[in-house]
Ligand binder design. Structure first.
Ligand code: R5P
Length: 306
């Protein structure tokens, strides 16, 4: 990495930050983060960042409010310490699902998060598998959007599946899932899911053929597991032989046992769940490091996906 650049880590995902630093062959920047007795966060940057290009990695998962606030405070500290540029490396963009007004009198919190990051002083955002690509438009600074698909497709090709079919667990994921089907050169099916509330989903129909096939369910986020469970149930009712799920942001707040899912493939965009035994984790550290190298050397990031 060029000498002007420095990588720092928030407290949300130190393992990933260390892995990225190792890939880049640089030490993590020195920083102090503490919680005051009343819950406020205090930070101090322990080395000179004046005129430097700072990358700060934070993945605000499971405690989104705390880690977002911590990120904002870190960015403010870098700005006031005269960093030349501040790139928020946010593999998992919290609140991404609140990206539109789908009913009356609700916020667009994904936009609010973008506003807050920019107001704090970020000059660029590096993120991965946003819930919807349009979130990039919530920012007036450049957003580099990475995709885990290349990593997953490589892992899936190594599994030796005989009759795979890629299935979108809801209509919203269809665009992302279609690209998996194209890369794997297999058919696509779609589950017609309806969300009843934050933790309950139901499905009425499956569009496509899964009979006797090895289903690969693809989703950007797994939180309660309700979506995957519902989709797996429909697929098995339609005669699927097995159901494998591929998830970029594995929040897995109810653990890794998801009814109907025989196998789970996830990234480490958020810290692996403490009950993650038996789950295959594909690391995004090399991809994040490659993207950081592209930013510092002004190379094309889209070339990483071609
Ligand atoms: C929804 O549109 C997302 O892509 C995921 O399907 C959803 O967030 C998963 O949440 P849960 O695991 O709680 O069903």
């Amino acid at each position: 990495m060029v000498q002007s650049a420095m990588l720092f880590a928030g407290s949300s995902h130190p393992e990933l930050a260390r892995a990225v630093a190792k890939e880049l062959g640089v030490p993590l920047g020195q920083i102090s983060i503490e919680s005051f007795p009343d819950g406020e966060i205090g930070v101090q940057i322990l080395e000179n960042v004046r005129g430097r290009d700072v990358f700060v990695l934070q993945s605000p998962a499971r405690r989104p409010n705390h880690f977002l606030m911590e990120l904002l405070i870190l960015v403010d500290a870098f700005k006031r310490a005269s960093a030349r540029s501040i790139v928020a490396v946010v593999p998992y963009y919290a609140y991404a699902r609140q990206d539109r007004k789908e009913k009356g009198r609700v916020p667009i919190t994904a936009k609010l998060v973008a506003d807050l990051l920019q107001r704090a002083g970020v000059t660029r955002v590096l993120t991965m598998d946003l819930h919807t690509e349009q979130i990039q438009g919530f920012f007036d600074v450049p957003v580099d959007h990475l995709y885990a698909r290349r990593l997953f497709v490589k892992a899936l090709k190594g599994l030796g599946l005989k009759r795979p079919v890629v299935v979108s667990p809801d209509v919203g994921s269809n665009k992302m899932v279609r690209k998996f089907a194209e890369d794997l050169k297999v058919d696509l099916a779609i589950v017609d899911k309806r969300r009843v509330n934050g933790s309950v989903t139901e499905a009425n129909a499956l569009i496509g053929d899964v009979k006797g096939k090895e289903v690969i369910l693809v989703d950007d986020i797994c939180s309660t597991g309700g979506t995957l469970k519902t989709a797996a149930k429909v697929c098995k009712a339609e005669g699927a032989k097995s159901v494998l799920a591929v998830v970029t942001h594995a929040l897995l707040i109810n653990g890794t046992e998801i009814e109907g899912i025989d196998r789970l493939l996830v990234t480490d965009s958020v810290p692996p769940s403490h009950k993650a035994q038996g789950v295959q984790v594909v690391s995004i550290a090399p991809l994040i490091a490659e993207a950081i190298e592209c930013v510092v050397s002004a190379k094309s990031i889209s070339s990483l996906f071609s």
